[in-house]
Design a protein around this ligand. Structure first.
Ligand code: HEC
Ligand code: HEC
Length: 235
């Protein structure tokens, strides 16, 4: 069982998930203690176990589910799907979102920086494993066939004229990625993908050792849209 030492996380969980809030569990403990005293003679087998710290599934279900869904298949297109993503990539992103001494973190997202503030490295590794084990649901396929076709050509062949490399060379022909460094893209919300391409382009997301930023410097606006829609339909 993992101990979560940081009280901020406990509070976050308490706020978001009433059934495992510390107040509720304390009350339950009190009740249990009273019950076990009252019933000591009649039910001697009642185990007097201490309340366990929240499990990874409880963190995912209590803190993260509101935006990413409990199984990591987010229903909000701005929030990324996490289901089936590689564990190492997820852990790296969670580390990158963390801010040391209030400084701008390697991956700047105020929402996610607040979410990871109280997580330990072990929590982040366990969350990576948890989401990697969830089954990814297929993404939405756009009915704009010309756009999809343009995205398909770019994804698999790049753009020789402008020097955009084929996405498939790093993210795989089916978008399954190559662990540990190259994330899976298949089925991701087009809205989220397009937003990330924009952030790499402006340098607001710069936790990629410059790799994606170089790719984006060569891409046109229509190419970004086309490839984002194509990726959403990959499985
Ligand atoms: C209030 C909504 C919200 C909550 C709650 C939330 N997230 Fe997020 N998460 C987001 C958004 C929005 C992004 C995209 C950030 C960006 O713009 O780069 C994101 C991005 C991520 C990413 C990066 C995914 C990728 O493909 O690069 C991971 C991993 C992640 N969240 C995990 C978590 C975990 C684990 C928790 C719970 C501890 C959590 N999130 C809670 C909104 C949320
Ligand atoms: C040379 C290798 C390479 C190529 C080519 C490449 N990528 Fe990437 N890509 C990466 C790496 C590495 C990351 C992860 C950066 C990090 O650790 O945050 C990434 C991350 C991404 C992400 C963010 C995923 C997420 O969940 O937030 C998107 C979207 C993406 N790439 C799309 C593309 C597209 C579209 C193309 C083709 C136009 C492409 N990539 C070509 C290496 C590559």
């Amino acid at each position: 069982m993992k101990m979560i030492t940081n009280s901020a996380l406990i509070i976050a969980i308490a706020l978001l998930s009433a059934p495992i809030s510390s107040e509720t569990t304390e009350n339950l403990q009190d009740e249990e203690a009273e019950n076990s005293q009252e019933n000591a003679s009649s039910t001697p087998d009642t185990p007097d176990t201490p309340t366990a710290p929240p499990t990874t599934a409880e963190i995912a279900g209590g803190v993260c589910a509101g935006c990413h869904s409990a199984d990591g298949n987010s229903v909000i297109p701005m929030n990324p799907n996490l289901a089936g993503q590689h564990a190492e990539y997820i852990t790296k992103q969670l580390i990158d979102f963390q801010s040391a001494d209030g400084e701008t973190p390697a991956r700047n997202s105020p929402v996610m920086t607040a979410m990871v503030a109280a997580l330990t490295l072990e929590n982040m590794q366990d969350l990576g494993t948890y989401y990697a084990q969830q089954e990814a649901k297929p993404g939405i396929v756009s009915d704009d066939e010309d756009l999809i076709e343009q995205g398909r050509i770019l994804y698999h062949g790049g753009n020789i004229d402008s020097g955009v490399p084929a996405c498939a060379s790093c993210h795989g022909p089916t978008g399954s990625g190559i662990p540990p460094h190259y994330p899976a893209l298949a089925g991701q919300h087009a809205t989220y993908t397009l937003a990330q391409l924009g952030l790499f382009n402006t340098g607001e997301r710069a936790n990629d050792k410059g790799v994606m930023q170089k790719v984006l410097a060569r891409m046109s606006a229509i190419e970004k849209r086309a490839v984002s829609e194509y990726i959403s339909g990959l499985k």
